[in-house]
Write a protein that binds this ligand. Structure first.
Ligand code: ADP
Ligand code: MG
Length: 308
């Protein structure tokens, strides 16, 4: 039989928008030392839009048309922002073949162009069969791409403003970039403050750049952050914290958070999360509200007190 306290606990949890998939993990939540949050889409709303564009010698519209083409099959928030910008500018987007998503880095595609890619543009920028990449700093590192001084300066300025930068590479060379502004969820401030009051440390894990991670951490008063982490390395950061003797929870929503959710002592999937994230989690928070993480710890502590 299910012990009475646990039954109450589960009902209470459900009432608070929490689905308990593993009761033991729910009980362990009262002892958590550190809670690690995924940044994008969890503490922030996800990439919101393009705020700046730069090119080496291309036209801005050409750049965005080709970027949108490369991103046409990607479900990433960044891809959506780029397609939206191309749409707003009324660009005709070339078609691509051999699309490949490079998890945590960006996308690769081969362009098919017959004519000009943007109104008033001669169409010299890309040729049929050119391979293009769109991605962030992890992609540059992966492909060993060096930026010219102009792009470097663009990236530095965006970084200082806490904005992410995504580049277009053609034939191994960066030809332009866009800066994307993400917005921190209002609820994140309260969530972190509440956890701190409960004596829980807060960490952030992201594939995004060092600059963006630092800016978000400072704003939210986060204790530790891990930036430019590749999806396959996210779970290693959890192990690093566990090796310091800490009981660790991971909060995430994406496919690439699944291994970290599995590895953590308490895996928490948040919001509309993917099926993979939900399946890897011990607790599912139904609303996309980081404050529910603090409620979860609170509920676990209250249930424990009743049991004593
Ligand atoms: P997070 O860890 O913040 O959830 P991801 O692991 O999804 O983010 O992506 C990490 C980084 O990889 C992004 O910040 C971006 O620089 C780059 N990236 C990933 N997917 C794409 C894409 N489709 N287009 C452009 N850049 C991408
Ligand atoms: Mg994410």
């Amino acid at each position: 039989a299910v012990p009475l306290v646990v039954a109450i606990n589960t009902t209470m949890a459900a009432r608070n928008g929490m689905l308990i998939r593993d009761r033991i993990a729910m009980e362990e939540a009262r002892n958590l030392d550190t809670i690690v949050f995924d940044k994008t889409g969890t503490l922030t709303k996800g990439e919101q839009g393009i705020v700046d564009v730069t090119t080496t010698d291309w036209d801005e519209d050409e750049l965005l048309a080709v970027m949108a083409a490369a991103e046409s099959d990607s479900e990433h928030m960044i891809a959506e922002a780029i397609r939206e910008e191309a749409d707003e500018r009324g660009l005709s987007v070339p078609t691509v073949r051999e699309f490949e998503a490079l998890e945590g880095r960006g996308v690769r595609a081969t362009v098919e162009v017959e004519a000009a890619v943007a109104p008033g543009v001669d169409g010299d920028s890309v040729r049929d069969g050119d391979t293009v990449y769109v991605g962030g700093p992890n992609l540059l590192r992966h492909l060993n791409v060096e930026l010219d001084a102009e792009l470097e300066a663009f990236a530095d300025e965006a970084g200082e403003r806490g904005q992410g930068v995504v580049y277009l590479l053609r034939n191994g060379e960066a030809v332009g970039a866009v800066a994307l502004a993400d917005v921190i969820r209002d609820e994140s401030y309260e969530a972190i403050e509440a956890l701190h009051e409960m004596g829980v440390e807060v960490a952030m894990l992201t594939g995004d750049s060092e600059d963006v991670a630092r800016a978000v951490s400072e704003q939210l008063d986060i204790d530790t952050y891990f930036a430019e982490v590749l999806p396959e390395d996210k779970d290693k950061k959890i192990v690093e914290l566990q090796d310091q003797g800490k009981l660790v929870a991971m909060v995430g929503d994406g496919v690439n958070d699944a291994p970290a959710l599995t590895r953590s002592d308490v895996g928490i999937a948040i919001g509309s999360g993917t099926d993979v994230a939900v399946e890897s989690a011990d607790v599912v928070l139904v609303e996309n509200d980081p404050r529910d993480v603090a409620h979860l710890v609170q509920l676990s502590r209250e249930s424990y007190r009743k049991m004593q």
